[in-house]
Design a binder for this molecule. Structure first.
Ligand code: ZN
Length: 474
């Protein structure tokens, strides 16, 4: 289905600035084919719709009478090169009056299967959290459990405006299946540990390649994800980097999350984790470095020189007592920064609005400077910045001609969005995710009026509750 989305306020880049403007968005074959000034006629025709239930009436019931009122000429169709062959009858009209339309947010580091462990290991120290709570559960979980817990996590992400996520996983096939079934855009990384990718890591790597063959699609892609320098050798990182280059895969890893990690790496290798990774060839423009909390020496300039992207996880890093990544210093050094939630067991949510708000307020506080981490920069971290390491700049995290039609529709009548003094500030400081009403990914409605067509939500809830009762020790 192709859509003409009219009457909404749209977050767009204009002359290098992020702004909110009234625009019509044309969606064809899953992509945005035009973003235009609203015509007077189109606005008038949608007024009638608003009275009849607004966007939902259109979204849920297909073509409307109003659509007949919109003529091709009114919407500027058949006028511009690139849209010459479009006929208005091929489009369904979506009335987005009182909606703010964002490019879908990108959650650049999470572990979707950990949703099962929500509120399971809180208020304990990091070692107890990881070694006594998380790992023993992971060792007993059946593979299928990851499907239901991932699906629940994906639903939470979409409910709060996220359309793309980057996962790190031991059951990557289940995560990929959940993304496929929901219709979410995903980069699924196989968590790797060990000394040698082709010896102790071989079965995991081969499994990843099988899952890739089975599930890879326009929406679901795969990534290579060595876990961390304390669980992987430099040799494995080097092998992973070469495989990533050979196969054109995204690279992701955890880096410098805790003092323990940095101190033990310096003791073992005489260098920081960032410097060790730089030697292995793992730092590329396609590399995501999650956390980067404990930067020492030349770490920041090394990351900048290799063009890798830092994925900051403000809630997880603070909640696990690890501190705050030097996000404003990264920005000042010209390092590309994106945002992740990390897993639900350490956050305990997958809500990117919460991350944006936390990130900005934390760094104003840490730097004792309220001009740091301004709303526009933070919103960019959750959108356009994240597209760069995916090699999809201009195609994801932006509403522009040729971009993927990944859109989140927020209700501007929500109390948190009123008054509309500055909608970009609203996104960063006031919105909590509950404003998201509908979400489109690749031109398909994944969520409409907070419901997921094609997903048995009751079943997902039931399965996760059953798994939690069976596998989480109380
Ligand atoms: Zn993580």
């Amino acid at each position: 289905m192709n859509y003409i989305i009219v009457g909404g306020k749209v977050l767009v880049e204009e002359a290098g600035d992020l702004v909110v403007r009234e625009k019509n968005i044309f969606v064809k074959d899953g992509k945005i084919c035009a973003v235009e000034e609203p015509s007077k006629e189109a606005c008038e025709s949608t007024d009638a719709n608003t009275k009849n239930g607004g966007m939902d009436a259109n979204v849920n019931h297909g073509r409307t009478d109003t659509q007949k009122d919109v003529c091709a000429d009114d919407l500027g169709m058949e006028k511009q090169e690139g849209r010459q062959n479009l006929k208005v009858a091929d489009f369904e009209l979506v009335d987005a009056s009182d909606k703010l339309i964002l490019p879908g947010l990108l959650n650049m580091h999470t572990h979707a299967y950990m949703t099962l462990m929500r509120n399971y290991a809180d208020d304990v120290d990091f070692n107890e959290w990881l070694f006594k709570r998380v790992m023993p559960v992971e060792d007993t979980l059946p593979v299928e459990s990851a499907y239901w817990s991932s699906l629940l996590g994906l639903m939470e992400m979409v409910r709060t405006g996220t359309t793309t996520f980057v996962d790190m996983h031991m059951f990557e096939g289940m995560s990929a299946k959940a993304a496929r079934d929901l219709g979410m855009r995903a980069y699924i990384g196989r968590g790797l540990v060990g000394e040698d990718l082709y010896v102790d890591g071989l079965s995991r790597f081969e499994q990843m390649l099988r899952e890739q063959e089975k599930y890879e699609s326009d929406l679901v892609k795969f990534a290579i994800a060595p876990h961390a320098i304390y669980s992987c050798s430099p040799k494995l990182y080097e092998q992973a980097a070469k495989e990533g280059e050979k196969r054109g895969l995204l690279l992701e890893t955890h880096v410098s999350e805790s003092d323990f990690e940095v101190d033990s790496t310096i003791e073992k290798y005489g260098k920081t984790p960032v410097a060790v990774l730089a030697d292995t060839g793992f730092l590329t423009e396609r590399t995501l470095l999650a956390h980067c909390v404990k930067m020492r020496g030349d770490d920041i300039s090394i990351i900048k020189n290799f063009g890798s992207t830092v994925v900051t996880n403000p809630a997880s890093n603070a909640k696990l007592g690890n501190g705050f990544a030097p996000v404003t210093e990264f920005e000042e050094a010209g390092v590309n920064v994106a945002i992740g939630t990390d897993g639900v067991c350490s956050n305990n949510s997958l809500n990117m609005f919460r991350e944006m708000g936390l990130l900005s307020t934390i760094h104003k506080g840490v730097r004792r400077d309220s001009t740091k981490a301004p709303a526009k920069s933070v919103v960019r971290m959750a959108t356009a910045n994240a597209a760069k390491p995916l090699c999809r700049a201009g195609l994801l995290g932006t509403i522009a001609n040729g971009a993927e039609a990944d859109l989140a529709f927020l209700d501007l009548k929500s109390p948190s969005m009123i008054p509309q003094n500055n909608l970009i500030a609203s996104l960063c400081y006031s919105a909590n995710g509950s404003e998201v009403e509908s979400v489109m990914i690749g031109g398909k409605w994944v969520m409409q009026d907070r419901r997921f067509p094609g997903i048995d939500e009751e079943r997902v809830r039931y399965e996760v509750e059953q798994l939690a009762a069976e596998y989480l020790k109380k």
